[in-house]
Design a protein around this ligand. Structure first.
Ligand SMILES: C[S@@+](CC[C@H](N)C(=O)[O-])C[C@H]1O[C@@H](n2cnc3c(N)ncnc32)[C@H](O)[C@@H]1O
Length: 291
């Protein structure tokens, strides 16, 4: 029997902060050595499966190319240019913020709950001194942004809002710091149906310390209630399944012997993510909206 829908606030921001502070090295060791941590949009969402003729490095290359494709799609949608002032909500180690700054000439500010990741992001500015005047990072929560009303032309966010217990407050804060006509572009996990299996609860929601009330459609209602006009919505769930299929293979080939047991558990958990997408227990969407 499916369990009753749990409260979306079962996890605290503190737990999320501690999780991301502790796990940066683990994720760099198999997901992306550069420290970015999101999913990808593939040429075809069809899953590659576990074909032993596909080498681990090909899977990784395909996956990282798909992650870059998500960046490119979001950039094209949002039309960020050199005049933009962009806020990256949940910027992690600052990879995409730095890429956005370099690619567009925009002024980019990244915020993240994890002090470890923000320290990494700040340190990485030293590698790109030419960008330093237009790139800044601050430790802050997306639910309490330390910025004035209307401070930004764009809010950008990848793979972050699902973690935040108070998602409505996050959307209100994003709306507040955008100037009139400002654009929010983001991707997030969704829950296509409210009742999920115990397996999905344990290996998907609890493992990632999240829950959400938002389906692909009700997310748009919440955005509209906040005051946004929704310009575009894409259901990327099939690409999430393929992302986790790749990640399962990448974790299984992790070479760090000390962590082999952990990698093996992760690889199995990622297959459960694939299954949860197939069962309509987990989804992934990207939205473009305007204030
Ligand atoms: C899956 S990672 C994605 C990081 C980055 N956007 C990327 O694409 O690499 C999720 C990030 O959300 C951050 N996060 C979670 N809750 C947050 C909150 N309330 N405010 C700001 N950042 C938060 C975490 O610390 C973590 O860095």
């Amino acid at each position: 029997m499916p369990s009753p829908s749990p409260s979306p606030s079962r996890f605290s921001e503190r737990e999320t902060e501690e999780y991301y502070d502790a796990e940066d090295a683990l994720y760099r060791s198999f997901w992306d050595a550069e420290g970015s941590l999101h999913w990808g949009v593939f040429d075809s969402p069809e899953e590659p499966g576990f074909d032993s003729s596909i080498s681990g490095s090909n899977v990784r290359d395909d996956f990282l190319a798909a992650c870059s494709r998500l960046n490119a799609i979001m950039l094209e949608n949002s039309r960020i240019d050199g005049c933009a002032r962009v806020l990256d909500l949940g910027c992690g180690n600052g990879n995409t913020a730095t890429w956005l700054c370099r690619t567009t000439g925009a002024h980019v500010t990244g915020i993240d709950l994890s002090g470890v990741r923000i320290d990494n992001a700040i340190a990485s500015i030293g590698d790109v001194p030419d960008l330093a005047p237009r790139l800044e990072f601050h430790k802050a929560s997306a639910t309490e942004l330390p910025f004035a009303d209307g401070a930004f032309s764009h809010v950008w966010s990848q793979a972050t809002i699902y973690h935040i217990p108070d998602k409505e407050k996050t959307l209100r804060e994003a709306f507040r710091v955008l100037r009139p006509g400002g654009v929010m572009v983001f991707d997030d996990l969704t829950k296509p149906k409210p009742d999920i299996s115990d397996e999905a609860r344990t290996f998907v929601y609890d493992r990632l310390l999240f829950d959400t009330d938002f389906s692909f459609y009700s997310y748009m209602d919440a955005l509209r209630e906040t005051g946004f006009k929704v310009l575009e919505a894409r259901d990327l769930s099939a690409h999430l399944a393929r992302s986790y299929s790749c990640l399962s293979q990448m974790a299984a080939t992790g070479e760090d012997a000390d962590r082999r047991e952990r990698f093996s558990a992760l690889s199995d958990a990622y297959l459960k993510m694939v299954q949860a997408v197939r069962n309509d227990e987990l989804g992934w969407a990207q939205y473009l909206c305007v204030k």
